[in-house]
Design a protein around this ligand. Structure first.
Ligand SMILES: Nc1nc2c(ncn2[C@@H]2O[C@H](COP(=O)(O)OP(=O)(O)OP(=O)(O)O)[C@@H](O)[C@H]2O)c(=O)[nH]1
Length: 429
């Protein structure tokens, strides 16, 4: 009898333990802890079809965390803001451990209400063909170049006034003087060679020349694929208000839709709302987030995010940084430190500069400051839906020498698209 009771008790204990572990281990559960949301893999729910081109950065060597800061990294400050010192901020997720109960007193527990803890995840719009679907959003950029330039070209022989008008139109569309001069020169060549006889000829000549100016040969893939021994790391930089946090969230969605596991790092510790905003983006797709207290050292948060990403075996860590342009030195110190500190763990594969297309020349000036501080690998041009000056794309690439990789075409969660020169020019004409 005693043996029977013990057997029932033991069976109950085993069932109970399995259930408790299965609750926390079940994909889809979020176990928020102090500032850390547990990484879960929900990507299986989404179709892996991508119109985005992701690639792998240079070969990564996953280094063991070094306890001592390297000489380049500023000495530990008195606060707990150095990355190494901040490890304790990451509380371990609360995985239910069997309690110290005797097997005989454990009764089989009622079925856990899994639905109560299941987060509701967003449906993510298919990632393929995004730019074409969002093409209408560029409509405010449409017309100027198309109607005016094509109208003049289609009129046959052009006098110098007409050429000047073409030039003015291109400059007004923010193409910049360099690209404008090249486009006009190339158009003159095409006309002189007698290649433009009809309106259709004019359109295809202009299309070809504009596409050329956008350098379609540039590698626009986002280096967000994991290495054999660690996750890819993407730093998202830019001044506040350009759409950095939104872009980080949108990019996480695209990656999750592509079957990737993502950890977010809210290293914009200047504004607590930015971390809240990023957390919401993460929760909507099941991506974990590491955030610090307001005013915490951004480098510490970035380091912790990468550490968490490695521990959770994710594919990519996306880090949203703060971009206060208070002083160039301040920015240089902050961003440079974030990058150096992360690289104590894994290489940074991609540094994406987010620029607001509606800001025009000021945006370019900001961009140059960032380009001096960190070596940029790509640009995300946001708010292209809100400007008639899509031509800014030409100038960014010409002046920064960095390809525009992604474009933001609205405030919606899925309004991010890969930048494709041909589709973009089609939208302009
Ligand atoms: N129309 C439009 N709005 C956008 C786009 N991208 C971002 N926004 C909006 O721009 C505003 C600022 O975006 P955030 O992501 O908060 O900008 P941020 O650079 O992270 O700024 P901080 O959070 O202050 O650091 C938000 O209202 C976004 O919805 C876009 O492509 N089109």
């Amino acid at each position: 009898m005693i043996a029977l009771v013990a057997l029932i008790g033991l069976t109950g204990y085993v069932i109970s333990r399995r259930r408790r572990i299965s609750i926390t281990d079940k994909p889809g559960d979020m176990a928020p802890t102090d500032g850390v949301t547990r990484q879960v893999d929900k990507s299986g729910d989404y179709k892996a079809q991508s119109g985005f081109n992701f690639s792998q950065g240079g070969t990564a060597t996953l280094e063991a965390p070094k306890p001592e800061p390297t000489p380049e990294v500023p000495k530990p400050e008195p606060s707990a803001s150095e990355p190494e010192a901040s490890e304790p901020e990451i509380a371990e997720p609360e995985i239910a451990e069997p309690e110290a109960t005797e097997p005989e007193v454990v009764e089989p527990e009622p079925e856990p209400e899994i639905t109560a803890t299941e987060p509701v995840l967003d449906e993510i719009e298919p990632t393929a063909g995004r730019l074409s679907r969002l093409r209408g959003r560029l409509s405010r950029s449409q017309g100027a170049i198309g109607a005016s330039v094509l109208g003049l070209l289609g009129a046959g022989d052009l006098d110098e006034d007409s050429w000047e008008e073409i030039e003015d139109t291109l400059v007004m569309s923010d193409l910049g003087t360099g690209a404008t001069a090249t486009v006009v020169e190339r158009l003159r060549e095409e006309l002189a060679a007698g290649k433009v006889r009809t309106a259709d000829d004019a359109r295809s000549a202009l299309r070809k020349i504009l596409v050329e100016q956008l350098h379609p040969e540039l590698d626009r893939s986002v280096r967000a694929l994991p290495h054999a021994d660690g996750p890819a790391v993407v730093l998202v930089v830019g001044v506040n208000g350009v759409g950095k946090t939104t872009t980080t969230g949108k990019l996480a969605r695209v990656l999750v839709a592509d079957g990737r596991r993502v950890t977010l790092g809210a290293a914009d510790t200047f504004r607590a709302a930015a971390a809240d905003q990023l957390q919401t983006w993460g929760e909507r797709v099941g991506a974990g987030i590491v955030r610090g207290k307001e005013g915490a050292d951004p480098a510490a948060v970035a380091f912790d995010a990468v550490s968490r990403g490695i521990a959770d075996g994710v594919d990519v860590v996306l880090i949203d940084t703060a971009g206060r342009l208070h002083t160039k030195t301040g920015l240089m110190d902050e961003l440079g430190k974030v990058k150096r500190v992360v690289e104590k763990k894994v290489p940074v594969d991609e540094v994406l500069l987010v620029l607001d297309a509606t800001v025009g020349q000021n945006g370019l000036t900001q961009a140059k400051v960032f380009a001096e501080v960190v070596s940029l690998t790509g640009v995300v041009l946001t708010k292209l839906d809100g400007t008639a000056k899509g031509g800014i794309v030409f100038r960014i690439q010409d002046e920064l020498g960095v390809p525009v990789k992604l474009v933001g075409l609205g405030e919606g969660a899925d309004d991010l698209a890969p930048f494709e020169p041909e589709a973009f020019v089609d939208a302009l004409l």
